[in-house]
Design a protein around this ligand. Structure first.
Ligand code: DC
Length: 236
């Protein structure tokens, strides 16, 4: 009998490089589950904004809020992508707005926020058979992930992609606003004290500037299949 071991795939990289789209499609191809950890930070940011709690410092209100926040994913019928559920409410659309994007990096830089979400990510990852994307998945959350990918693309390409994504959701934003937001987030994500964005030494680089989504997905799936096949155990 062949025993096919499921693996953990960690995809990290800058904002708007196509991480989530790639991760979602890789999960679909392998019949794995995609976990978008950025959505979790966005969910916390949305909760703080709604409650009028400061998003950039550790206050008693922040700690109380973290106890109140319950996050889960609702799997969509395609079996791979999922919507973020915040305390029972589907907030998938609202967490993508620029209002949330503008503060999420500050929220994600706070240690108690990261501690809560990393714990949750560990629980989700116990099952294996997952593709998790974020900023610290290969370095902090799953340093022993079976496959690590680090994605990048030029700033202009990332602005173009975010613009397309927003306009598809009916959100209008100037290129300048988007560019400023991406720059701002790159700066905070790479310079913060807690788990800054960096490439794990054993991560494979994937520059998506001139690649289509299909090519990106193929790159990850090919490497995943190689690792899965190396791990197939024959149990006679
Ligand atoms: O991937 P995204 O743009 O939805 O992520 C939103 C923010 O959350 C981003 O500015 C960085 C932060 N983040 C993080 O710090 N660690 C993760 N694992 C995922 C996202």
């Amino acid at each position: 009998m062949l025993i096919v071991n499921k693996i953990i795939i960690a995809i990290d990289g800058y904002s708007a490089c196509g991480k989530s789209t790639t991760a979602k499609n890789v999960a679909k191809a392998l019949h794995y589950v995609h976990v978008d950890t950025g959505a979790m930070y966005r969910g916390v940011a949305l909760y703080l904004l709604r409650k009028g709690i400061p998003v950039d410092r550790e206050t008693p209100e922040l700690f109380a809020a973290l106890d109140e926040i319950h996050l889960e994913f609702d799997l969509n019928p395609d079996g791979a992508s999922s919507d973020l559920i915040l305390n029972g409410e589907n907030v998938e659309q609202e967490i993508r707005t620029l209002t949330v994007s503008n503060v999420v990096s500050e929220v994600a830089a706070m240690k108690p926020v990261r501690e809560k979400l990393v714990l949750l990510q560990h629980q989700i990852g116990k099952k294996k058979g997952i593709v998790m994307d974020g900023r610290d998945i290969g370095t902090v959350v799953f340093p022993h992930a079976d496959l690590k990918i680090f994605m990048s693309a030029t700033l202009e390409k990332r602005v173009e992609r975010r613009q397309l994504q927003l306009s598809r959701s009916g959100i209008s934003q100037s290129d300048k606003e988007i560019r400023d937001n991406i720059r701002h987030r790159d700066h905070i994500d790479t310079t913060r004290q807690e788990s800054p964005l960096r490439r794990a030494a054993d991560a494979l680089e994937l520059d998506t500037t001139d690649k289509t989504i299909d090519q990106q997905v193929q790159f990850v799936v090919e490497h995943a299949m190689r690792i899965i096949n190396e791990n197939v155990v024959t149990n006679a």
